[in-house]
Design a protein around this ligand. Structure first.
Ligand SMILES: [Fe+2]
Length: 180
């Protein structure tokens, strides 16, 4: 599946602009991480990007069956099993599939934090401009802010990778601010 086809599927299945943006931001972070931190070639970086683009594709239409439906769809289209495993494991506490590869572990961590960083940017007059890691960390310690984002999941996800929370927040700020 090409990135163009994945975008068509995303735009077809998801009407909520916020959710679309979230998926595109996760995709941008995943692609950039693969290229900059994992030395990925074009083919591998595309897998990371595809997983990000499609990981929540069935969330709006089938919230009770998230991510079973998108996985069935991708299996019927013969998508790379590594991409399918990555999507299946992006919420181990909910779907019962453990992240195995670095790609799996990174989507779990980026998914949780990307939405949180975006929420922290949205309440600022200058949005991402001047947004600092320490202010995101401060918001994380305030349970009322973006209360739907599980701090437990963030900590669990980050504990599985050799990246600090601070480093990942900075990476996300830098790489998703241009996606809108
Ligand atoms: Fe997500």
């Amino acid at each position: 599946m090409s990135i163009e086809e994945a975008n068509l599927l995303l735009n077809d299945w998801v009407t909520n602009e916020r959710l679309r943006l979230h998926m595109k931001q996760v995709a941008a972070n995943m692609k950039a991480w693969a290229e900059e931190k994992e030395n990925a070639d074009e083919h591998l970086a595309k897998k990371w990007e595809l997983a990000g683009l499609l990981h929540d594709a069935d969330w709006e239409k089938y919230p009770d069956q998230h991510c079973r439906i998108i996985i069935e769809e991708l299996e019927s289209r013969n998508i790379d099993p590594e991409v399918i495993q990555c999507i299946a494991s992006h919420g181990p506490g909910y779907f019962g599939v453990e992240p195995q590869s670095k790609m799996d572990k990174m989507i779990y961590a980026i998914d949780e934090l990307s939405g949180f960083v975006h929420a922290a940017a949205l309440i600022r007059p200058t949005l991402y401009e001047g947004l600092e890691v320490k202010s995101v960390l401060k918001r994380l310690k305030s349970p009322a802010f973006a209360a739907q984002v599980s701090r437990e999941d963030i900590n669990d996800a980050v504990s599985r990778i050799d990246v600090t929370l601070e480093e990942l927040i900075q990476f996300i700020i830098d790489h998703q601010k241009a996606v809108n």
